[in-house]
Design a protein around this ligand. Structure first.
Ligand code: ADP
Ligand code: ZN
Length: 720
């Protein structure tokens, strides 16, 4: 007789006890199916206990486990990571462990039927069916996936199968992955690179936890260098994980990896089809997948034998997950390395202050690459004072920047204009009555998108058509756009240089890895003269013929006075500047700003990162801000505003008196309404050495609130 303690997914309850029926064998980490109420849910065995054969203590009340999945049990390091994450981020363990599983991965069958267009289009097709076929194009997937792509019901797809327009094909989902070859095309490293690589390879060879900051300027060859450590993991017959901040970067990475190792690594991201997901998950769990590249969710996968973790562009804010389990993938990656006993490389040209501080304190090693590879030099950066050198009315590019683009075009080189704002204009209002368009679900203005002729909320995704009449005063054609978004800059560029080939790069135009690959291809082929883009273009790309970068509004990120505003501005502009002059041709960067004297602008122009960071660190130290102190946010939300407010107030009243901890609020959260929920926030500030999680756990455990109120804790919140 055995009893198992199981973390049941989708259950807010803690671990639950079950009886293991005769003939079934489980161990800690086994993935099982467990009954809960009328449902059967997936779960993970956390503890398994063999009871004496005559023992029946309490077992009558226990329900039997239903089944056990035919996959390897989750190993101890991953289970410890789940416990640590749940503990540190105050999240339910079941919600954390869910990130390690993939429901499709557990289905037994090795083959599946996927569907795709046959190319035969029946006559007399309904408009809906015709549109579905068009949207599906050449894509392949399960019925429900194609239905999702086409935004129709499953029945429509089945109808198309009957009509012969779509056919099923059998796919072998467990077909093996090719083995990357460390000797396929090794690069000739510079002396500086070789020395850096030797240290990282040494860490992998030592098979022990070793966190390292790989701090190299943009274009120094950080990827080439950490690839050597990946090669060592492959030579050992073990596994490596490379985390990227953005799914759009996956495609170029796959290609680059293929050039170096002769085949692509295993990709893990939200865009995978169910069959791809199953194949990848199983190969990762069996150890067959040598190298996995993925978004932050790849961090919780059940690697059989992890030898190395790389977090590329480790300073990126997208590593911070802001819903569900609030965690920072950079920090969790370090913990996974600790539990697995393997090195962790954080690669960045602009490391976060927290990471630099870890180096300072001797917790992380540092490997530096201070120079660009080959003949490439760091670009010259110049500030344009927007007060002294105003653009003409209704325009956003100052004369000096326009002249620089002229010169770049004349040399047949490429320019990039960066503005981190999607859409046409951040604010649209009625010229007659002043009406502004607010999102019905959020405390946010709707942003006009001319490409789609819609007003969109960038927080909840709500869209509406741009009306011809003002909804308030009913005047016709009175709407005016205030301020620029990237679409408006693209318009200005088209007006100034009608002959230039312009690419607009935002998440509205580059929404899939395939779109990103297409953009990269056009850039490399020289089919684009001027790129206008949001933060999507600041990351990772390498275009040797791109020699000019213009930052349209360098002050944008400084608004709001966020704790990290200066640091983020510095990182973002350094990154986008790093796109210029990566080949043999020198690069130039112009930063348009109203505050050329601000410390962050000065640091960008002089390139003196150390002085800038030192000043930031001092300011943080004075304020007791991270990494010298800690914050946690308690967000109370509900569709019912009064309920949310009352709960927030009672949580505030129950705040414990703890030496070294201070509670601010409740106050309306920075987004007071989000997706139809009213939000209030309590901000906890604590001394660094204080166990703030413990304090919050005890504090909230003593309280109850109504079911329509949600209370979420964000430990180490990123922006506030
Ligand atoms: P980073 O990530 O530091 O910005 P990358 O790794 O992207 O830099 O390297 C910049 C460019 O230089 C890439 O095109 C890369 O292929 C090239 N490069 C770097 N090191 C080498 C090398 N040792 N041999 C050949 N090409 C290199
Ligand atoms: Zn909204």
């Amino acid at each position: 007789m055995s009893r198992a303690r199981v973390l049941v997914l989708n259950s807010a309850l803690g671990p639950l006890d079950y009886r293991v029926p005769y003939g079934m064998s489980v161990e800690p980490g086994s993935i099982v199916v467990a009954p809960l109420g009328p449902r059967q849910l997936m779960g993970v065995v956390w503890e398994a206990e063999r009871l004496p054969s005559d023992s029946e203590v309490g077992d009558n009340r226990l329900r039997n486990l239903v089944g056990v999945a035919d996959v390897p049990p989750l190993k101890a390091p991953l289970r410890r990571l789940v416990e640590w994450t749940a503990d540190y981020y105050l999240a339910p363990p079941a919600a954390v462990v869910r990130m390690a599983l993939s429901s499709t991965a557990l289905e037994g069958s090795r083959t599946a039927i996927e569907y795709r267009a046959t190319g035969h289009v029946p006559d007399r097709l309904t408009a809906q069916r015709a549109q579905a076929l068009e949207r599906i194009g050449e894509r392949q997937g399960l019925i429900r996936e194609l239905a999702g792509i086409a935004e129709v019901s499953d029945a429509v797809i089945r109808g198309l199968v009957k009509a012969g327009a779509i056919e099923g094909v059998e796919v072998d989902i467990d077909s093996p992955y090719p083995e990357p070859d460390p000797a396929h095309a090794p690069p000739g490293l510079s002396d500086e690179q070789a020395a850096a690589a030797a240290r990282l390879v040494g860490d992998v060879a030592a098979r022990a936890f070793a966190p390292t900051l790989l701090d190299g300027v943009t274009g120094s060859g950080k990827t080439e260098v950490y690839f050597e450590a990946v090669a060592e993991a492959i030579r050992q017959g073990r596994q490596a994980l490379v985390l990227l901040p953005e799914i759009a970067l996956t495609e170029p990475f796959l290609k680059r990896f293929g050039d170096r190792f002769g085949c692509e690594p295993v990709a893990w991201h939200s865009g995978l089809r169910a069959t791809q997901r199953r194949r990848a998950w199983r190969a990762i769990a069996s150890g067959e997948a040598r190298v996995t590249v993925g978004a932050r969710s790849a961090l919780f996968l059940p690697y059989a034998d992890l030898a190395l973790i790389v977090v590329d562009e480790a300073h990126e804010t997208s590593f911070k997950q802001e819903d569900g389990v609030h965690y920072h993938a950079r920090d969790v990656a370090v913990m996974r390395g600790k539990f697995e006993g393997c090195p962790v490389i954080l690669a960045s040209a602009t490391p976060a202050i927290e990471t630099r501080q870890q180096v300072e304190q001797g917790n992380y090693a540092e490997v530096k690459l201070p120079q660009r590879f080959g003949p490439a030099q760091m670009p010259a950066i110049e500030a344009i004072d927007l007060i002294a050198e105003q653009p003409p009315r209704g325009r956003w590019l100052a004369p000096k920047l326009v002249a620089a683009i002229d010169e770049t075009l004349a040399k047949r080189e490429q320019s990039l204009l960066f503005l981190n704002r999607r859409g046409y204009a951040p604010l649209t209002l009625c010229r007659t009555c002043g009406h502004r368009f607010q999102c019905p679900n959020c405390t946010a203005w709707m942003v006009e998108h001319r490409l789609t002729r819609r007003l969109a909320c960038h927080h909840c995704g709500h869209v509406e058509p741009v009306p011809r009449l003002c909804p308030e005063c009913h005047e016709e054609d009175t709407l005016v756009a205030c301020g620029p978004g990237v679409e408006r800059i693209a318009d200005e560029v088209a007006a100034l240089w009608p002959e230039a080939r312009v690419a607009l790069v935002t998440s509205d135009t580059i929404w899939s890895p395939a779109k990103a690959a297409e953009f990269v291809g056009r850039m490399e082929a020289g089919a684009i003269d001027i790129v206008v883009g949001t933060q999507l273009v600041t990351k990772g790309y390498h275009f040797p013929n791109l020699t000019l970068v213009g930052v349209v509004d360098a002050d944008l990120g400084l608004e709001g006075g966020d704790l990290r505003a200066s640091e983020r501005t510095f990182q973002q502009i350094r990154q986008v500047s790093g796109r210029a002059g990566r080949g043999e041709k020198p690069g130039r960067v112009f930063i348009q700003t109203h505050r050329p004297g601000a410390q962050v602008m000065q640091a960008l122009v002089t390139g003196d990162a150390d002085t800038f960071y030192a000043a930031e660190v001092e300011a943080r130290r004075d304020a007791g801000a991270p990494p010298f102190g800690r914050y946690a946010a308690i967000i109370v939300s509900s569709e019912d505003k009064a309920a949310a407010h009352d709960t927030a107030l009672s949580i505030g009243r129950a705040a414990p008196e703890v030496e070294g901890m201070h509670v601010y609020g409740p106050a309306p959260a920075p987004l007071a309404m989000l997706r139809g929920r009213h939000r209030f926030r309590l901000l906890v500030h604590a001394r660094r050495t204080l166990d703030v999680q413990d304090a919050i756990r005890g504090w909230l455990a003593a309280l109850v609130w109504s079911a329509k109120v949600r209370v979420a804790v964000d430990v180490d919140p990123y922006s506030f």
